[in-house]
Design a protein. Structure first.
Length: 374
């Protein structure tokens, strides 16, 4: 069954095609060479404008629809005002994206359903955005598409079609786009410390979906390899001293984590062979959460002192109330915080070089004695 276009009361205008004899074409080229002072883009813009006006003769009509084999219909109307404001509005002709539709009436196409219709435009962005296109082939969404899951998005599902705006402007639009498929996660995110600051405070400093998950080569967040990268992902913001000073937060949280047992274990797992079954240590997200991150002084925060035992017990079943006291958290030992640990650290800072230096001196003296006694 073929997809049929339905437009009541109007016939599309014929394309105006003029055939030019070869001699006149050559003469025209020579004439064009003499007017190089004229901007070259004017002709391209006029051509695009004419084509867009021709296409909108039909595609501005509310009654223009396509009917799929399953009986569903989809509008083919293009909002002229929205398209004019888009990033492509003055730069591209319709046929730059809709290749093969330069003739009117258009060639008939067969679409089983809306997903099949959307899939027919999947490669339209490739010619201009090849780098992003190839990155998307490594992403989790394309992996699902290649397995036949038509629910997974591709270029047009996230960026739109005729009303495409500059990517990431405003930043809140990124999270709203992801929310169309990941609604439950979005509901959790907007209640988090990051989400509230973005949505309510219009703060562009906080991370949105793509800051953690990337844009095109989105990895599976359930994979061990990706999970072991989460300290590095969090560190992109939380090691930025200027940014952290702005919000009176420490920029040493990653270094203190990596110096701790948990962080050292995560580093060894990342640099070596990742465990086949689960993870061997706690990561940032295990203590602070993922999309539900709160302020550390929030009553519901899993790292608040009153809630810390329950957080530790997720990995350490049966841990007593005093268990968290053995952990320095992100504090650096000092005379004010963990003085005993700080004293031991100072002792070994002096003692270890002294012992190693003494051994080196003993060896040198022994070698000197051997030389002298020869």
């Amino acid at each position: 069954m073929r997809a049929m276009l339905r437009l009541e009361g109007r016939q599309p205008p014929p394309l105006r095609v003029t055939r030019i004899p070869l001699a006149r074409a050559v003469a025209g080229c020579a004439l064009a060479a003499g007017v190089l002072l004229l901007p070259a883009t004017v002709h391209a813009q006029d051509s695009a404008k004419e084509e867009i006006e021709t296409c909108l003769t039909c595609h501005s009509d509310d009654g223009l629809t396509v009917t799929f084999a399953d009986g569903q219909t989809h509008t083919l109307k293009v909002d002229q005002a929205m398209f004019a404001k888009s990033v492509h509005g003055e730069n591209l002709k319709c046929t730059d994206c809709h290749a093969g539709f330069g003739e009117i009436p258009h060639p008939e196409r067969t679409f089983k359903n809306a997903a099949d219709f959307r899939a027919s435009f999947r490669d339209a962005c490739k010619s201009c955005h090849f780098d992003n296109y190839t990155q998307s082939l490594d992403g989790v969404h394309y992996a699902l598409l290649s397995k036949g899951d038509t629910r997974a998005p591709f270029c047009g599902d996230c960026h739109g079609s005729h009303a495409i705006q500059a990517a990431g402007k405003p930043r809140a639009a990124i999270s709203r786009t992801c929310a169309r498929c990941h609604g439950a996660i979005s509901d959790t995110y907007v209640k988090s410390v990051h989400g509230k600051s973005l949505v309510e405070g219009h703060n562009d400093d906080v991370p949105v979906c793509t800051d953690c998950h990337r844009s095109h080569d989105i990895a599976d967040p359930r994979s061990t390899a990706w999970l072991l990268k989460t300290p590095e992902i969090c560190g992109k913001c939380h090691t930025n001293k200027a940014l952290m000073d702005k919000y009176q937060l420490s920029s040493n949280v990653l270094s203190t984590y990596l110096a701790d047992f948990h962080g050292m274990s995560a580093s060894l797992s990342k640099n070596g062979t990742a465990p086949a079954q689960g993870r061997v240590t706690a990561l940032c997200i295990d203590c602070h959460g993922v999309h539900n991150i709160t302020r550390v002084d929030d009553p519901s925060s899993p790292v608040l002192k009153a809630n810390l035992v329950a957080t530790c017990q997720k990995c350490h079943p049966g841990a007593p109330e005093t268990f968290p006291a053995a952990w320095l958290s992100h504090y650096e030992p000092s005379w004010q915080k963990a003085p005993i640990v700080y004293s031991v650290k100072l002792f070994y800072t002096v003692f270890i070089p002294f012992i190693i230096g003494g051994l080196v001196l003993q060896i040198l003296l022994h070698l000197w004695r051997l030389v002298v006694n020869r």
